[in-house]
Design a protein around this ligand. Structure first.
Ligand SMILES: O=c1[nH]c(=O)c2[nH]c(=O)[nH]c2[nH]1
Length: 323
C-alpha cells in the first residue's frame, strides 16, 4: 500500500483562504486494443490463402466517463473482449478486405453496445506472396512481399462512417528524370541547382472514399491496387521539377481514375542522394556514385482534393501526420 503519511495535505492547501480550489474534468478519451496481430488462413482447398493484419480498436462514448472518473466499469467492454471479437469475426465472416473487416467491427461495436457513440478501427495489412518452386507457385509456402504496407481506417461517429485507405513505406526511386532549380538563394543557400538528380521517397498516402460510395459498396481491393498502380506510373513517368509537383500529380491521377475517391493526403520524405566528390582521388563522377543520406530529410506533405466535394476534417482526426 502507498504510504501517505508524508504526503502534502492537498485538501487543506486547496481551501486555504485566498486560494482557488483546483478542479478538473475529463477531456477527450477513447480506449481499445492496439495492434491485434491477426493471421487468417483460408484452407478450403490445398491451395491456402493468407490474410495478415494488425488491427487497432478504439471506442468512445460519453457514457464511458464514469470509468475514468469513478472506476465504474459497467460499460467498459474489456479491451480483451475487443481483441477476441477481432479473432472471432475473422473466423465467422472472413476478412475480405481490411476496409470491409473494419466496417463490420465498427458497426458491431456501435450497435451491439448502444452506449458507444463512435469508434476508430485501423489496420495495417502485411502481404505475402507465394514462393515459386521449380517454376510453380507453392500452395502453402509464402514470402513477405516488400512494396509498402496497406493501411485502412474506419471512423464511425453516430451515423457518419468514413473509410480511409492507404499505403505506407512505399519506397520508390528514380535514377534520372528529376530536376530541382529555380529556388530562391539567400546568404545561407549552398544547394546547387540540378537538372539531373536521383529522386527517392517513401510514400505514405491515405485516401478518403466519398461517403456515398462507401454506402453503395466499393471493391476496396481493386481500387487499392489501381491507386497504387497509377501512383507508381506517375512517379515513374512524370519528369519531376520538385517532389511537391510529383506529389500533386500522384494524387491527381488517383482521383481522376477512381470516382469513389474524395481526397488524397501524402507525407513524403525526400530521401536525398548526394553525389560524392571523387576529385581528391583523381576520379570523375558523372552521376554514378552517391551518398544516400538518411537524415536530415526534406519532408513534403500535401493534400489533393476533388473539386466540389464536402471536406470531412473529423474523418482525419485518427490519422496523424498529415496537413
Ligand atoms: O523536390 C524538392 N523539393 C524541395 O523543397 C527541396 N528542397 C531541397 O533542398 N531539395 C528539394 N527538392
Amino acid at each position: 500500500m502507498t504510504d501517505t503519511s508524508t504526503a502534502p495535505d492537498t485538501a487543506a492547501r486547496a481551501t486555504e483562504p485566498g486560494t482557488v480550489p483546483t478542479t478538473v474534468h475529463l477531456g477527450a478519451n477513447q480506449y481499445g486494443k492496439a495492434e491485434v496481430r491477426l493471421v487468417r488462413v483460408t484452407r478450403d482447398t490445398d491451395r491456402h490463402e493468407i490474410e495478415d493484419l494488425t488491427v487497432t480498436t478504439q471506442l468512445r462514448g460519453t457514457a464511458l466517463a464514469d470509468s475514468y472518473t469513478d472506476g465504474d466499469n459497467a460499460k467498459v467492454l474489456a479491451t480483451d473482449s475487443q481483441k477476441n471479437t477481432v479473432y472471432a469475426f475473422a473466423r465467422e465472416h472472413g476478412v475480405h478486405s481490411p476496409e470491409e473487416f473494419l466496417l463490420r467491427l465498427g458497426r458491431h461495436f456501435t450497435t451491439a453496445f448502444d452506449w458507444y457513440d463512435g469508434a476508430t478501427l485501423s489496420a495495417e495489412q502485411h502481404t505475402w506472396e507465394r514462393i515459386t518452386v521449380a517454376g510453380r507457385e507453392h500452395d502453402h509456402a509464402f514470402v513477405r512481399a516488400g512494396a509498402g504496407t496497406r493501411t485502412a481506417v474506419v471512423q464511425v461517429d453516430g451515423d457518419d462512417v468514413h473509410v480511409i485507405a492507404g499505403v505506407t513505406d512505399l519506397t520508390v526511386l528514380k535514377s534520372t528524370g528529376s530536376e530541382f532549380h529555380g529556388f530562391p538563394r539567400d546568404g545561407y543557400t549552398t544547394l546547387a541547382e540540378t537538372d539531373d538528380r536521383i529522386l527517392a521517397t517513401s510514400v505514405t498516402a491515405r485516401w478518403r472514399y466519398l461517403p456515398d460510395a462507401v454506402a453503395a459498396g466499393i471493391d476496396y481491393d481493386a481500387v487499392h491496387a489501381g491507386v497504387l498502380a497509377r501512383m507508381l506510373e506517375t512517379f515513374a513517368d512524370l519528369h519531376s521539377l520538385a517532389l511537391q509537383q510529383t506529389l500533386f500529380a500522384m494524387g491527381r491521377t488517383a482521383i481522376e481514375a477512381f470516382p469513389e475517391i474524395a481526397e488524397v493526403r501524402f507525407s513524403m520524405p525526400n530521401k536525398h542522394h548526394f553525389l560524392v566528390d571523387l576529385a581528391p582521388f583523381g576520379l570523375d563522377n558523372p552521376g554514378e556514385v552517391f551518398f544516400a543520406a538518411d537524415r536530415p530529410y526534406g519532408l513534403i506533405s500535401g493534400t489533393v482534393v476533388r473539386d466540389g466535394i464536402e471536406e470531412a476534417p473529423a474523418a482525419w482526426l485518427a490519422v496523424p501526420g498529415f496537413v
